[in-house]
Design a protein around this ligand. Structure first.
Ligand code: SF4
Ligand code: SF4
Length: 284
C-alpha cells in the first residue's frame, strides 16, 4: 500500500497544452521509478489517449443518468376547461421542455439536467423516469507502471459532473489496486461543474498557462477557484519563450503562487505530439 498523491493538471484557458503537460508529468514520475495512473477527465474531448498512440475500444464502465419520458396517454395537454396544462414546461429551470400550442411537451435531452422536478410535479403521473447512458469509461495500459483511464461523454450532455466523478472513482480504485504512487487528473478547461468535480479533494493542482494577457486573465480565474476549493496551486508556464511573461508573473506574485516550471517551445515535443508519441518524451 503506497501513499497515493493526487495531482490535478488544469487551466482556465484551452489550447495551452494542459494534456501535454499531464503526460509529460507522468513521464517524469515514471522515469523516477514511480507508478502512475492518469485520469483524463476532459470528458467532452478527451485526447490523452490519442497523444499516447492508444485507441478507446471496449468501455469498462458506463455512466447512466435519469431522464424524463412522456406517457402521452396520461398527459393532459388540454384540460377539460379548455386550458393547457404545461406545468412541467413552466417549472423546468433548464428550459429543457418545449411545448407548441395544443401539442404534447417535448423533452430536450441536451438541456436536461435530470433534476427530476418535472416527474415530481406532474399531477397526472404522465412523466416516467428513463435511464440513459451519458458516458463511458475506458482503461489503457501504457506501460508496466503507467495506466490511463479515460472518461468520455456519449453525445452532448448538460451535466458532465457524474461522468467526471465516475472516471475519478475508477481511477482511484485502479491506483489502489496497482499500488500507484501518483494519480494525475487531467481536467477540462474552465470553471464549470465538471472541472470542480475533478479538482475536489486533490492534494495539489498545476494551473497550466501561456505567456499572454489572455493566459494571465484565465490563470487568475482558475487560481481563485483553487483557493475556494482549498487546493494548493502551482503554475506551469508553457511555451514560456514565445510571449510576454510579465502578465502571468504579476498574477502569480499577487496570488502568492510560485511558477514551478517554465517550459520553452520544443520541436521534439511538437513532433511527438503530432505522432502520438508523447509517452517517449521527458523534458521536465
Ligand atoms: S405536467 Fe404532466 S400533464 Fe401537464 S403537460 Fe407536463 S406531462 Fe403533461
Ligand atoms: S428533469 Fe429537470 S431539467 Fe430535465 S426536463 Fe425535467 S425539470 Fe427539466
Amino acid at each position: 500500500m503506497t501513499n497515493l498523491k493526487t495531482i490535478a493538471i488544469t487551466g482556465g484557458k484551452g489550447g495551452v497544452g494542459k494534456s501535454t503537460i499531464a503526460i509529460l508529468l507522468a513521464n517524469k514520475l515514471r522515469a523516477e521509478g514511480k507508478r502512475v495512473v492518469l485520469a483524463d477527465c476532459d470528458i467532452e474531448c478527451p485526447n490523452d489517449y490519442l497523444l499516447l498512440g492508444q485507441k478507446l475500444t471496449k468501455s469498462i464502465d458506463k455512466v447512466k443518468a435519469q431522464f424524463p419520458k412522456l406517457i402521452k396517454e396520461k398527459c393532459r395537454t388540454r384540460l377539460p376547461d379548455g386550458q393547457e396544462c404545461g406545468l412541467c414546461v413552466d417549472k423546468c429551470r433548464s428550459k429543457a421542455i418545449f411545448q407548441a400550442p395544443g401539442q404534447y411537451p417535448i423533452f430536450l435531452a441536451e438541456l436536461c439536467s435530470g433534476c427530476g422536478l418535472c416527474w415530481h410535479l406532474c399531477p397526472y403521473q404522465a412523466i416516467e423516469v428513463e435511464k440513459k447512458t451519458i458516458g463511458e469509461v475506458f482503461q489503457n495500459k501504457i506501460a508496466d507502471n503507467f495506466y490511463l483511464v479515460t472518461g468520455r461523454s456519449v453525445g452532448v450532455v448538460e451535466e458532465s459532473g457524474p461522468i467526471v466523478s465516475q472516471t475519478k472513482r475508477i481511477s482511484q480504485e485502479l491506483a489502489q489496486k496497482i499500488g500507484a504512487d501518483y494519480l494525475l487528473v487531467d481536467t477540462a478547461v474552465g470553471l464549470h461543474c465538471g472541472v470542480i468535480r475533478a479538482l475536489i479533494g486533490v492534494d495539489l493542482a498545476y494551473a497550466v498557462t501561456e505567456p499572454t494577457p489572455l493566459g494571465a486573465h484565465d490563470l487568475k480565474l482558475i487560481l481563485e477557484l483553487l483557493s475556494l476549493l482549498k487546493v494548493k496551486p502551482k503554475i506551469i508556464l508553457n511555451q514560456a519563450d514565445l510571449g510576454v511573461k510579465e502578465p502571468v508573473a504579476k498574477i502569480a506574485q499577487n496570488q502568492k503562487v510560485s511558477i514551478e516550471h517554465e517550459l520553452p517551445y520544443s520541436k521534439e515535443l511538437a513532433r511527438a505530439y503530432s505522432q502520438g508519441e508523447l509517452a517517449k518524451v521527458n523534458i521536465f
